[in-house]
Each structure stands twice: as structure tokens, then as C-alpha cells.
Write a protein that binds this ligand. Sequence first.
Ligand code: UD1
Ligand code: CA
Length: 453
Amino acid sequence: MIAGVVLAGGVGERMNSSIPKLFHNLLGKPIIRYVLENLSGLALNKIIIVVKSDLKEKFQYTCGDDFVYVVQDKPLGSGDALKRAIPELENFSTVLVVNGDAPLITTEILESLISSHNADNVSATVLSTVIDDPMHYGRVVKDELGNVIRIVEAKDATEREKNIKEVNTGAYCFSVDDLRLVIDRMTNNNAQGEYYITQLIEILSSMGKRVNSYITDLGSLALGINSRFDLSLAIEKLLTEKMEELMHGGVTIVSPENTYIEPDVRVGRDTVIEPFSVLKGNTVIGENCTIGPSSYLLNDDIGDRCEVFYSVVKNSKIESDVRVGPFAHIRDGAIIKSNAAIGDFVEVKKSIIGSHTKAMHHSYLGDADIGERVNIGAGVITCNYDGKNKHKTIIEDGAFIGSNTNLIAPITVGRGAVTGAGAVVTKDVEPDTIVVGVPARILRKKEEGGKGE
Ligand code: UD1
Ligand code: CA
């Protein structure tokens, strides 16, 4: 049985931030969530996260109940963090250990690390990578046969060791039995006065146990996020991958370098993403849509053949064949049904807009339930808020709401009713009735089956 351990007890000083490092936002999700998703793709029987005691609740809240949380009271080093997890490794033969700050080490890479570890039947395997400028990373020191004999941190390395270009990514496989033999033998007499996980490699090797390295070609991106600059490189890498995936799936992205798409967004074939568009969260877009230029979509569900032009849509559903924009704002659980049109400077909040209904210019539609084939004139406002509570507006099928009508909610405008331009409607309007004025009064009933005017 294989367990996973995520070392997440460090301080992350180099971010220069009041936010703990692993909670920094990477394309809409905290860094730690990527690491956990990558581990969750493996067949692990248990995943343990070692956290600082004061952040345990925050981790639990962010990462959920699928994991075992172990507290490291003091940040005594990565080796000490692993030691805290040992009691959780009862009945496990192998443990995969990863740094919590390395979101780009994918499930596939970790899978290969485990396979290599198992195939070679070694005591430990280090995931390493080769880079031109090994900077502050741990150097992987090998003997003539290619066995790893130690990993030396840059601050503790000799001049010769500093020239080694194979560096430790901070992911390892260990035999749990061997780990138990050496876990209490770490010392902290090194440049940083910490218990290094990497010292375990040296101790194992000195006992005659075999340690291998498995080299990934990911390069510096495998080395985790230590600074805001590293964060920007991770963002760039994940964005590029996402765009490639979408383009491969038949999506046109007119200007990838001017487009932002988060990893969980899905887009259908032959949809075109115009420049300066931002697609976030769990947004799902159907086929043959045009999104942008300059649209912002967050957690939306959009059907086929829609156009979202210079607009903002958040947490809302848009069915098929809908036109939105320019400069519309649709939000908070709004539902726009098929063939509707939401035009410029129209805000739709928590409202249902029926099929073939049009609201083309300068409106606020909040807490409204609007039927099919309704015409919302320019400047129509649902006055949904009385200073204390929000109230509902219901507009039934086929109604015609004249320009600059104010609808004082709660209110219902009946099927086929008409409000005159500038009306302030304070009372429910019967079906097929024309109201005008301030406050609006009945002008007349529409003729039987007639459209009124
Ligand atoms: C570590 C490795 C280094 C490697 C580099 C790759 C050590 C000693 N060195 O260096 O060889 O090249 O990663 O990125 O591990 N942590 C705890 N508790 C602590 C201290 C750290 O849980 O008390 C965790 C951190 O949250 C982090 C991991 O251990 O996820 C590594 O610690 P960090 O301080 O980031 O080590 P690096 O200097 O990056
Ligand atoms: Ca690190």
C-alpha cells in the first residue's frame, strides 16, 4: 500500500506576504489544491498533509475531509515535517513525499517516479531535474555507478558540488521500513539549523541502501513556488497548457497571449475566444459561440451559438442562441433562456429572462421573473429594494414594458400588458391592460386579441 505525504508546514518567507504561501491564488485556486489534485490522480490509499498548527483549520476548510491533517508545531525543517507523519504510515510499504509548493509536478510525473522506484526495488528514489543555473536548490550527488549518495543544500555545498546541475525537486519515494530506520537519526547541524528531509538520503546511502534519482525534464518549473516570480512562471505555464488543450479540442483562441482561461473551464468546438477575455472557475461554454472581445465569465453555464460581447457574466446560466452585450452585466444566478437578447448597459441580477425576450438598452432587472417574448424598453428599472428587503417583479409572457418604466416591486405585470413610457408602476397590472403615468393608472383594456399600442 502506498501513502502520500504533503509537506506543507513551512513558512514561505520569500513570498513577502501576509497570506500563507500555499494559499496564494494560482489561476483561481490556491496552490495547495493543485498539489492535492495531482496526488488524488494516483492510486494512493491515504494522503497526509503536514501543516503548521495555526493553519490546520484553514487547510481543512480549503482542502476538505479527504485528507489526514498532521500538525508540525514548530517549523524545524522538511525532515521534521516528514517525521510528524510517520505514525500515520502504519501498514504502508511505500510513501510518496512531495513539497506542498510544487503544483506543476503532475500526476503523470509522480506516477513515473513511483514506477521507477518499484521497478528498481530501491530504498528511496528522488525526483530530480537538470537545470543550467541550479541556484539555491539541493544538488543531487552521485557515485560513479550513478547511485545517489547525498543531496546537499546550496548553502552547505562545496564549490565542486555547487556545479552539479541535477537538483532535487522535493518529491521522493521511500520504503517505509527503511524510513523508520533513519527518521530519528537526522541532525540539524547545517547552515540553516534545520532537520532536512534530504539528510535521510545520505543516511540511507551510508548504510549501504540504494537510492536512485528519477529525472524529469520539467526543469525549473518542477522546483516549486518560492517567490512571486515563481508564481508568475507557474501561471504562464498552466495558461499555455490550457490554451493548447482547448485549441486541440477545436476552440479558436484569437490571441492566446491576451487571453486568460482557468484550468477547469470547458469550451465546445468551433467556439471563438476573442482577445482580452477572462474565463474563470467552472465556466462551461457550448459550441459555436463567440466570447469577447473583452468579456469576463465566472462560473457560468453557456449554451451553443451564444455571443457574449464586451460583457461580464458571473455565476449565471445562459441557454443557446442568446446575444449579450456590449457592456452587459449578468450575475448571481441569472438565467437567460434561449434566443433572448441582453443589450448594452443592461444589468441582470438573480432573474429569469424568458425565451425571445429582449432587454436591449440601459436597464436594471433584479429579482425578476420575466416570461417569453417580453419587450423591455430602454431604461426600465425593477425597483426591487425598499431599503430593507428585496422584492420580486413578475412580468408575464408577451408584455411590453415602455421605456423608462419603473416597476415598484413586489409587482406583477400580466400577460400581454403594456406600460407607457416613463410610467411608475406601483400596483399589479392585469393582463392585456395598458397603464400610463406616475403613478401609473389604467388607460384602457386592450382590444380582444389586439396588441395595444
Ligand atoms: C527544498 C529541498 C531542496 C530542493 C527544493 C525544491 C529541503 C531541505 N530542501 O528546499 O533540496 O531543491 O526543496 O523546491 O527540503 N516544510 C515543512 N516544515 C518545515 C520546513 C519546510 O513542512 O519546518 C515544507 C515546506 O512547506 C515545503 C517543503 O517542506 O513544502 C520544503 O521546504 P522549503 O523550505 O521550501 O525548502 P526549500 O528551501 O525550497
Ligand atoms: Ca520550496
